[in-house]
Write a protein that binds this ligand. Structure first.
Ligand SMILES: NC(=O)c1ccc[n+]([C@@H]2O[C@H](COP(=O)([O-])OP(=O)(O)OC[C@H]3O[C@@H](n4cnc5c(N)ncnc54)[C@H](O)[C@@H]3O)[C@@H](O)[C@H]2O)c1
Ligand SMILES: [Zn+2]
Length: 357
C-alpha cells in the first residue's frame, strides 16, 4: 500500500493507494487511528458495486444511494444526505464515508462541511478522476443552475482510501477521461510521470495493478504538492486549471452532454499547447509531446460542429474572469505559467485550428 500525506490548514490527511484495499478498510481505519464511519453514502451505480459491501464490512446500515449523474450534484442531494444523516443519528463527532466518483465525493464532502457546522468525512473515490483529482485537495461543492461548482467549501476529508481495483468496473470513456487529468498532473509537476501514463487503454486489465497504483500515486503526489503550497487557490493551485478554461467553455457550449469533463479538458489542453507554442512559451517539441500523449489515450469525440461563438460566449462568463479578462494557464517546457491573458480573437483562431484538424 502506498501513502501520500497531504498538508492542510484544517488538518493533514493521508491518501492511501493500493489494490484490494476496500476489503481491508476496517483494519486500515483502526491502524490510522480513525473511528469507523457511522454512515456510508454512495450512488445508485457504485452502491451496489462497492458501497453496500463496504457498509456491511464497517457494520454501517445500508448506504444512502444518491441519483447518479452530474445533473444531481445540486442542493437537493445535499438536503437528502443531511436528512438521511439526521435520521441515522449522525452527530457532531460522527464521521461519514463517501464511496463513488467525483460527483459523490464533492456532494458528500460539501454536506459534511455544512451538516451541524461540519463533521468528519472519509473518501473512497472509485473513478480514476476522483482518485487523482476530485477526492484530493479539500474542495467540495455542488452546481447551481447558472454553472458548475458555484457553491462549496474547503473541507478536506480525514482520509482518502483508493482501491485501484474498483477501476475494473469503470467504463472505458470514464477511464480515459481520468487519464487526461493524470496527464495534466504530470505536465504540471512531474514529467517523469508522463512515461507511466498508460496509452490506448480500454480497460483496467490493460495495465497491471502496480502500474495503476504508480500512476495514481504520481498524480496524487503532484496534487498534494500543489494544494499544500496553495490550498485556497491564491496562486500555485491555479496550475490545476491547465486545459480547463477552454475545456469548461466547450463542456458548457455543448450542453454538458457531448463531452465528458476529461475529454473537454483534453481538447482544452491541446488548444493551450498550440497557443503556448505560437506565443513562444513552449517549444515545438514539447507541444508535440503534450499533444501526442493526449492523443495516444484514444480518440476524442469531435468538436467540429461546435459553434465558436457559443464557446467564446461561455469563455466570457468564466468564473475566473476579472476586469482584465479570463486568466489562462499555459504550458511551458517544464510546467506551466499562470495568469496569461488570451483575447477572444486568439481563442477563436486556436479553436478553428482544432476544428479543421
Ligand atoms: N473537488 C475537486 O477538486 C474536483 C476536481 C475535479 C473534478 N471534480 C468534480 O468531479 C466530478 C466528476 O467526477 P467523475 O468524473 O468521477 O464523475 P462521476 O462521479 O459522475 O462518475 C462518472 C460515472 O462513473 C460511475 N462510477 C464511478 N466509479 C465507478 C466504478 N468504480 N465502477 C463503475 N462506475 C463507476 C459514476 O456512477 C458515474 O456514472 C465533477 O462534478 C467535477 O466538478 C471535483
Ligand atoms: Zn478537471
Amino acid at each position: 500500500m502506498h501513502r501520500v500525506d497531504v498538508a492542510s490548514a484544517q488538518g493533514d490527511y493521508a491518501v492511501l493507494v493500493g489494490e484490494g484495499l476496500l476489503d481491508r478498510l476496517p483494519s486500515i481505519l483502526a491502524d490510522e487511528g480513525l473511528a469507523a464511519p457511522s454512515v456510508v453514502v454512495s450512488n445508485e451505480t457504485v452502491g451496489p458495486l462497492y458501497g453496500r459491501r463496504l457498509a456491511a464490512a464497517l457494520a454501517c446500515p445500508p448506504p444512502l444511494e444518491l441519483a447518479d449523474g452530474e445533473e444531481y450534484k445540486r442542493w437537493p442531494a445535499v438536503e437528502t444526505t443531511c436528512s438521511h444523516w439526521l435520521g441515522r443519528g449522525v452527530h457532531r463527532s460522527s464521521s461519514v464515508l463517501a464511496v463513488g466518483g467525483g460527483v459523490v465525493t464533492d456532494t458528500v464532502g460539501f454536506a459534511a462541511a455544512v451538516y451541524q457546522r461540519g463533521i468528519r468525512w472519509l473518501a473512497v473515490p472509485t473513478s480514476l478522476l476522483a482518485m487523482v483529482d476530485a477526492a484530493v485537495g479539500g474542495k467540495t461543492g455542488v452546481n447551481l443552475e447558472q454553472g458548475k461548482n458555484l457553491v462549496g467549501a474547503f473541507w478536506p476529508p480525514r482520509l482518502v482510501a483508493v482501491d485501484v481495483g474498483t477501476l475494473a468496473t469503470l467504463e472505458e470513456r470514464e477511464l480515459r477521461a481520468g487519464l487526461v487529468e493524470l496527464v495534466k498532473a504530470a505536465w504540471i509537476g512531474d514529467h517523469d510521470l508522463l512515461a507511466l501514463v498508460p496509452r490506448r487503454v480500454a480497460r483496467y486489465a490493460d495495465l497491471s495493478p502496480a502500474g495503476w497504483c504508480a500512476a495514481v500515486v504520481g498524480a496524487v503526489r503532484v496534487k498534494a504538492e500543489v494544494v499544500a503550497a496553495d490550498e485556497r487557490e491564491a496562486g500555485r493551485r491555479k496550475a490545476l486549471n491547465l486545459g480547463h478554461t477552454l475545456g469548461h467553455a466547450l463542456e458548457a457550449a455543448t450542453g454538458y452532454t457531448h463531452l465528458l469533463h476529461g475529454e473537454a479538458v483534453a481538447w482544452g489542453t491541446v488548444a493551450v499547447a498550440r497557443l503556448a507554442a505560437q506565443r513562444g512559451l513552449l517549444s515545438q517539441a514539447a507541444a508535440a509531446r503534450l499533444e501526442g500523449v493526449l492523443r495516444s489515450l484514444g480518440p476524442l469525440p469531435g468538436i467540429d460542429g461546435v459553434s465558436p461563438e457559443r464557446v467564446l460566449d461561455h469563455l466570457a462568463r468564466d468564473k475566473k474572469l476579472d476586469d482584465q479578462g479570463v486568466a489562462w494557464v499555459l504550458p511551458t517546457d517544464d510546467g506551466v505559467v499562470l495568469d496569461q491573458r488570451v483575447g477572444a480573437e486568439e481563442a477563436r483562431r486556436v479553436l478553428l485550428e482544432l476544428q479543421t484538424g
